[in-house]
Design a binder for this molecule. Structure first.
Ligand SMILES: O=C(O)CCC(=O)C(=O)O
Ligand SMILES: [Fe+2]
Length: 300
């Protein structure tokens, strides 16, 4: 039992701060209780913690298998096994993770849960914001919800200099724990809606990016030294505010995920034999992805 836990909601939309719990003492049954709170609040904050890197990894492992970042640098924590499971983000003037995203959405199985530990907190600035993607879907008009549910989107790792790492996911996914629908496109990794022309896709993704950035879907967290945040990537996006000019060091462990499930696209890909496109330059990436998929299915 998570005795003594005080749970305080931080915003109407999502997020709760939990006090009275020492994360170093958590056992597997209590981790299930934390999960229940997480499915309810989507992001949980634990201030006043002092986990070491190894304890951070052990805590993460209570939620599933951890995976190092597929292509960003890892940290230089002491134990090599633990270092391989920790992603460190270090900055002194903003510029890290400052666009809305769900972690690793360009992978076939994107991150399920991420856990951050604030190692060096700037005195001012560097807050992180999370957005509630259930609300972002549910508050769209019915025609737009219906359209989005029939579409899929191409995500890639271009922000990490790896545009060739791509994956198509449904634009609306069903959360496996809650059964609720989620708007699953993000500013940082989503490049193109597969069934629309490039210009239509730009317009709709641009609108949805603006929609998700509406403050009514958000919680904004002011970090303190040692604070830990755990969030569900399947129903949230997050971004860091680039408004600090002191060193900010934060470490993440990532619990890997499940395949996003959603309705099948209701239309074929816009890019297909026999369809002329006036914007073929913009279709090149999608064409490349579709070609690689069809080569794979020939191999299978
Ligand atoms: O530094 C932060 O607050 C969040 C960075 C981030 O996007 C992440 O660790 O996934
Ligand atoms: Fe992130």
């Amino acid at each position: 039992m998570l005795k003594n836990a005080q749970v305080k909601r931080l915003a109407h939309s999502l997020g709760a701060e939990i006090r009275g719990v020492q994360l170093t003492d958590i056992k597997s049954s209590q981790a299930r209780e934390i999960e229940d709170l997480l499915w309810e609040h989507q992001v949980l904050f634990f201030p006043d913690q002092s986990l070491t890197a190894t304890e951070h990894v052990r805590f993460g492992e209570l939620f599933g298998e951890l995976e190092a970042h597929p292509h960003l640098m890892h940290s230089d924590v002491e134990s090599e096994t633990d270092a391989a499971k920790i992603l460190e983000l270090k900055a002194s003037r903003g510029g890290v993770a400052d666009e809305w995203h769900s972690d690793l959405s360009f992978m076939p199985e994107p991150a399920r849960v991420s856990i951050l530990r604030m190692v060096k907190c700037p005195e001012i600035g560097g807050d992180t914001l999370w957005a509630n993607l259930y609300m972002a879907f549910e508050e769209l008009s019915e025609p737009l919800r219906d359209l989005c549910e029939g579409l899929s989107a191409l995500h890639n790792a271009e922000p990490h200099g790896r545009p060739e790492i791509m994956m198509i996911h449904p634009m609306v996914r069903v959360h496996p724990e809650t059964g609720r629908k989620v708007l699953f496109v993000n500013e940082h990794f989503t490049r193109r809606i597969v069934e629309l022309s490039a210009t239509e896709s730009d317009l709709l993704l641009g609108y949805l990016k603006q929609w998700v950035s509406s403050p009514r879907f958000h919680v904004r967290y002011r970090w303190s030294q040692g604070a830990v945040a755990i969030w569900d990537n399947r129903c949230t996006q997050h971004m860091v505010l680039s408004d600090f000019d002191q060193e900010r060091v934060i470490q993440r462990v990532t619990v890997m995920g499940d395949t996003p499930q959603g309705a099948k696209p209701r239309w074929p890909s816009f890019v297909r034999p026999g369809v002329r496109s006036d914007t073929s330059r913009h279709d090149a990436m999608l064409r490349k992805y579709l070609r690689s998929r069809s080569e794979e299915s020939v191999k299978d």
